[in-house]
Design a protein around this ligand. Structure first.
Ligand code: NDP
Ligand code: PYC
Length: 343
């Protein structure tokens, strides 16, 4: 008689438990405790908010990248105070989020004194969702915008071959009677992570998402991943925004364009080695009514016009559910994570 296979059951975890598990994985695979703490917190919060393309799904990619020697897990970011409204960070070939954490106090101090400040991060790897980088600024009353470029996989509108990254833009603004207004969107038709998830599930992607290796439109995620490419969202408009992201995140910071790095000598490397720009504004310097009241009025009018879902609403619903029921991790996924914490 053959034994019945044991199926791993889904598990509910508190945010702190998931952060602790992910921290162990990062340290086990070569990061410093400081870097591990920042990345684990970022990734666990994405999972908590239902941002699945950048939650625990990303952990094997972080691990294979660290193991390949492509990224410096022990990086110590160098923060440079270059002007009254400009902070620069050399991320030391490490991840962008610890670089942001190191520069954050100086950035906020400059934004509050000058009214606006820029943070230019270079020599950095960003493998995560972008909203966690901007939302905390709005929670303390500031307006924040961030862009990061990634790896060549998007054909510019009207071009013949891929050049741009999936290049997201994230924005956060405080409002009087609710959580900050936040949006975070790839300038490609969908994020690369969502194409990978569709391929894994055997699902098709929406029309207009990408092309196959012959440049023909396809809804097959594998054809996009294996020699094909993504398209920008909104034709020439998304393409222009993606170009802007290359300029701000790479040219302005001193980081690589999405097409400039070569990871072919590091099999397993997945994290784009590029740059990130943040612009932080103190809206208390404005004229007229308080900014948070004005943004609340805009939300009120959007709702009155029939809008049912603001960007960020789905995440906040997922967050509330996770806070009530715990973060639900698929049983097999959890086994893989626990194995990575030991391996
Ligand atoms: P989505 O298209 O899923 O969502 C984009 C934004 O639109 C979100 O703020 C979302 O809010 C909002 N939204 C979605 N649907 C609606 C709707 N019907 N009505 C109102 N608002 C809506 O995200 P993307 O696929 O473009 O990007 C996914 C993630 O990938 C992002 O976090 C991005 O930062 C990340 N990414 C990271 C890269 C990197 O290099 N690090 C590169 C590319 C992408 P909500 O969240 O509440 O659904
Ligand atoms: O989902 O497009 C993406 C992405 C690229 C780098 C990290 N995420």
């Amino acid at each position: 008689m053959s034994a019945t296979p044991v199926t791993a059951v889904n598990t509910s975890m508190a945010l702190s438990e998931l952060v602790a598990l992910l921290t162990r994985i990062f340290i086990r695979h070569g990061t410093s405790p400081d870097v591990a703490a920042v990345l684990a917190d970022n990734c666990a919060r994405a999972e908590r908010d239902g941002a699945h393309s950048h939650g625990v799904f990303r952990i094997p990619g972080y691990v294979s990248t660290l193991n390949s020697g492509w990224v410096n897990g022990m990086a110590v970011p160098q923060v440079e105070d270059v002007a009254s409204g400009f902070v620069r960070v050399d991320a030391d070939n490490g991840f962008a989020q610890p670089a942001l954490a190191a520069a954050r106090p100086l950035l906020v101090q400059k934004a509050r004194s000058a009214g606006i400040a820029v943070l230019a991060i270079r020599n950095s790897h960003h493998f995560a969702a972008l909203w966690p980088d901007v939302e905390p600024f709005a929670e303390e009353g500031l307006v924040a915008l961030s862009v990061v470029n990634s790896m060549t996989c998007v054909v510019p509108h009207g071009a013949d071959r891929p050049l741009f990254g999936t290049n997201p833009i994230a924005f956060a603004a405080p409002r009087a009677d609710g959580p900050p207004i936040v949006f975070d969107l790839a300038t490609s038709a969908i994020a690369h992570g969502d194409v990978q998830i569709a391929a894994r599930k055997g699902e098709r992607v929406p029309p207009g998402t990408g092309v196959d290796s012959l440049g023909q439109p396809t809804q097959d995620p594998r054809a996009i991943l294996e020699g094909g490419a993504l398209l920008p969202f909104g034709g020439h408009k998304g393409s222009a925004l993606s170009m802007m992201v290359e300029l701000l995140a790479a040219a302005l910071t001193g980081g690589n364009f999405s097409f400039e790095f070569d990871w072919s000598n590091h099999p397993g490397a997945k994290t784009p080695w590029t740059g990130q720009l943040l612009i932080v504004i103190d809206p208390s310097k404005n004229a007229g009514q308080g900014f948070a009241e004005r943004s609340q009025e805009l939300v009120r009018q959007m709702h009155a016009a029939g809008l049912r879902r603001l960007p960020g609403d789905r995440r906040h619903r997922a967050r509330a559910r996770s806070e009530e029921e715990g973060i639900i991790i698929d049983g097999e996924e959890l086994e893989r994570l626990r194995a990575l914490a030991q391996a």
